[in-house]
Ligand binder design. Structure first.
Ligand code: GAL
Length: 666
């Protein structure tokens, strides 16, 4: 079943249980007036839905769903398992998770559960089943969200013994485990499964990696348990998701999204203002989880309450951010939240309605967006983001590097973004996908710090280049195997044949060092690799280090190699912004990918409609008016005007343009 977007949804998280029912009609009137088409409800309502082991109360929720539906507003239901109620915790105190220091977490926040607790599983089964029985075929419930932002890691004894069982299933014999983890080092050899600890702080790299896999599998099982209850009870077309947290690194998101119908995520800026070159990557990451459009399940209406400085976004900024999300593949934008509860930990969080029940100033901005979504909805139905460019993301590589940074400032995601940003600044759409996904259809694949290699990855990358693809490998590539053990070869392992080189040595840099190339003259910071060219005729160095530590002086820093019908760039330097942009521009040209030049802060993205027509989103991320020259006569969707030549964009302004002057949405 494919869950194609037929509508661009707009809404908010709504907690009717915080207010008396008399208030609901006014809330719903205001939602309708703001153009809302959907609310998400119930993801923290467990104690209201079930006040004791056999006391269910779903009537209020049904009334809320019905009243919303009467005004044309659909519902996404959250399963409330992120907030196990006090009566349940009292009955099963060891349902509470244990933290790293061995302390049980306290009741009264959320996600306080041990994800592997059998009592928690059966209580979750009970509430999810009861909810699904009641609302699974409700025509107004269009989707379900399981739990809320998984994030807890439990260190209890039960988790430890399940971890040991997980290891036994995976390695079968202790000899194999000892071998893969090199446990003769520091006398770590295990002679019984029960001896294996849960890692606290730095530990054996193999053990640390498996613990991350175990956490991912634990959440997957918990989620599957809920999915198995939901699926048979939902009417066809109703999807199930979970709201992830962008680049959060607690588990492998590809493991968790595998079983879901669509991915969604929660985007908050926190302190400061949005940076579109960074947030674009987080949206593209979410789109890559299922390789299809996603929902922005929560976003910031003005300010948050949890940052060191909870400044409000500027007027117009959130409106632009919503369109930016849509331009990157969001099919829905929901604000968190409609109205703040009178009590509880989030009293100061931004919302659309204030504590007095009146719309905040931000409501008007949301209302504008609601009106625009209505106009654009038909145009965007079924449309998707298409691109020839993929970036490969790998949680194992990220974790491994994060635990052994070698330079404290080296961060996998920051280095990843050093490649994403110049692509995005050139207005090139990018898919961010798992390093294990097939690469068919791409012309350019960028694999930042693909530290962990296995045969499948090597074979896919070889095939891709052999058939004419352009591959970019970067520093820290090809160092380790799937067990987080060093490969018995120099970097980039078996990709050396592809890259036509090997890394003779890597250096964490105290200070930036010069890198001089055919295309740029800049510097490398944090890291530098000394490249040894293996294929004299076909590997060409295109940049070398300048005079620095002696070891790197005049050594190759960036090289390009022809392989099969394709080409491979190996980039051993961590280049400064300008050099990186110049190099990426060169790579785009080599790969035959066209970019669009825009003034700084102006973003252009495209979504392709079912009839093949491209819709262009032109987004002004600056606080100044900007002009952008538009080459074809085309309709600007929101105003209905035909535009050609110069398009003026107000501060934080948005224009959505079709290529055809005679266009209509049908
Ligand atoms: C999210 C969470 C919401 C709300 C929001 C506040 O992480 O899912 O329930 O707490 O943060 O910013």
């Amino acid at each position: 079943m494919s869950f194609t977007n037929q509508k661009l949804h707009f809404g908010a998280a709504y907690y009717p249980e915080h207010w008396s029912e008399e208030r609901w009609s006014e809330d719903i009137r205001l939602m309708k007036a703001a153009g809302m088409t959907v609310v998400r409800m119930a993801e923290f309502a467990w104690s209201t839905l079930q006040s004791g082991p056999d006391n269910f109360n779903f009537d209020w929720l049904e009334r809320a769903i019905d009243q919303l539906a009467a005004k044309g507003i659909d519902t996404v239901l959250g399963t409330p398992t992120a907030a196990p109620p006090a009566w349940l915790v009292q009955k099963y105190p060891d349902l509470l998770a244990v933290d790293e220091s061995g302390r049980r977490v306290q009741f009264g926040n959320r996600c306080h559960y041990c994800v592997n607790s059998p009592e928690f599983h059966s209580a979750s089964q009970q509430i999810v089943k009861a909810m699904a029985d009641r609302f699974g075929d409700d025509p107004h419930v269009i989707g379900w969200q399981i739990d809320n932002e998984y994030n807890r890691v439990c260190y209890c004894e039960r988790c430890q013994s399940l971890f040991q069982q997980y290891l036994q299933d995976k390695f079968v014999s202790l000899e194999a485990l000892n071998e893969h983890w090199s446990t003769s080092y520091w006398s770590q050899t295990y002679s019984a499964w029960e001896q294996i600890p849960i890692p606290i702080g730095p530990h054996n790299p193999g053990l640390m990696l498996e613990f991350k896999h175990f956490i991912s599998e634990s959440y997957r099982k918990f989620q599957l348990m809920q999915l198995d209850i939901l699926r048979p009870r939902l009417k066809p077309g109703v999807w199930v998701t979970h709201n992830f947290m962008g680049w959060y690194n607690g588990f492998d998101h590809y493991t968790l999204t595998k079983d879901l119908d669509l991915a969604s995520w929660d985007w908050y800026v926190g302190s400061g203002y949005h940076d579109y070159l960074q947030s674009g990557a987080a949206h593209d990451l979410a789109r890559g989880f299922k390789r299809r459009n996603f929902w922005l399940m929560e976003t910031q209406p003005g300010n948050v309450n949890w940052s060191p400085l909870n400044n409000s976004l500027n007027k117009g900024e959130a409106h632009l951010m919503a369109w930016h999300a849509v331009a990157h593949g969001a099919d829905a934008v929901l604000y968190w939240q409609w109205r703040s509860a009178p009590g509880g930990q989030e009293q100061y969080h931004g919302s659309l309605i204030d504590q007095s029940g009146q719309p905040r100033p931000f409501y008007a901005e949301a209302q504008q967006l609601g009106g625009e979504f209505k106009i654009a909805s038909e145009w965007l139905a079924g449309s998707v983001v298409k691109t020839d460019v993929a970036m490969l993301n790998c949680y194992d590589s990220r974790w491994s590097i994060g635990w052994q940074r070698h330079h404290h400032d080296f961060d996998y995601v920051a280095h990843f973004n050093n490649y994403y940003r110049p692509l995005s600044a050139g207005n090139v759409n990018v898919d961010i996908i798992s390093a294990d996904e097939p690469l068919d259809g791409y012309k350019l694949v960028v694999a930042p710090s693909l530290l962990i290699l296995n045969n499948k990855r090597i074979a896919q990358l070889k095939e891709f280049v052999k058939n004419g693809g352009c591959l970019v490998l970067t520093l820290r590539c090809g160092m380790k195997d799937d067990y987080n053990s060093l490969l018995p070869s120099r970097q980039p392992g078996s990709l050396a044949e592809l890259a036509g080189l090997e890394v003779e040595e890597y250096y964490a840099l105290h200070d930036p060092i010069p890198v001089v190339g055919d295309i740029f003259n800049g510097s490398s910071r944090l890291w530098a690799e000394r490249l040894k060219l293996l294929d004299g005729n076909l590997t060409i160095p295109i940049a070398r280090y300048g005079v620095c530590n002696g070891w790197l002086d005049d050594q190759a820093a960036v090289a390009v190699h022809q392989y099969g019908k394709g080409i491979v760039f190996y980039i051993g330097a961590y280049l400064d912004e300008f050099s990186q942009q110049a190099l990426i521009n060169h790579i785009l040209l080599t790969a035959g990918i066209s970019s669009i030049k825009t003034p700084s802060g102006i973003e252009v993205r495209t979504r392709v409609r079912t009839n093949g027509e491209e819709l262009f989103f032109v987004l002004n991320h600056t606080r100044a008016e900007q002009t952008f020259s538009w080459p074809w006569p085309g309709v600007e969707l929101l105003s209905g005007q035909v535009r050609t030549g110069e398009v003026k964009l107000a501060p934080y302004g948005v224009a959505i343009l079709s290529k055809n002057a005679g266009d209509n949405p049908a």
